[in-house]
Design a protein around this ligand. Structure first.
Ligand code: AMP
Length: 127
């Protein structure tokens, strides 16, 4: 697996405290904050604090402690927001973009948690 991490990306700057963010949850290995351009009433980004570029980079090389922390933090957010079906909510969607075809804008692994309205089909029309 060959990934080069660019430590000048905007989420690296957020993690270093160089750029403000609207934090929802912070744990030992994970930070979650509100997307600056929300595409749903609830739009949260969850990122590991470590230098991972994509989902496969993170899931394939991070420590078990980092992966468990990230997964548990993500679950806590959907429950705390009240959107998880198990918390009586109407549901949510998790998206992660990796690379060019997925139009990944920020090269620091993140998931989007989207909720608060009907979210439509999984993908837009081709193209
Ligand atoms: P992606 O296209 O999956 O890489 O998503 C990047 C996301 O980061 C977009 O939804 C942006 O709106 C969001 N974003 C970019 N800069 C910031 C920032 N400073 N604070 C919060 N969200 C941001």
């Amino acid at each position: 697996m060959a990934y080069m991490y660019d430590d000048q990306n905007i989420f690296a700057k957020i993690l270093r405290g160089e750029i403000p963010n609207n934090t929802v949850l912070e744990t030992e290995h994970t930070l979650a904050f509100r997307d600056i351009a929300p595409q749903a009433p609830e739009h949260i980004l969850v990122i590991p604090k470590g230098p991972y570029v994509t989902y496969d980079h993170f899931a394939g090389t991070a420590s078990e402690a980092e992966i468990v922390d990230f997964a548990r933090a993500s679950a806590k957010i959907s429950n705390d927001l009240g959107v998880a079906p198990g918390a009586g909510g109407n549901g949510f969607r998790v998206i992660t973009n990796a690379g060019e075809d997925a139009i990944q804008e920020v090269p620091h692994f993140h998931i989007h948690i989207l909720a608060g309205r009907p979210l439509g089909g999984i993908l837009p029309a081709e193209g």
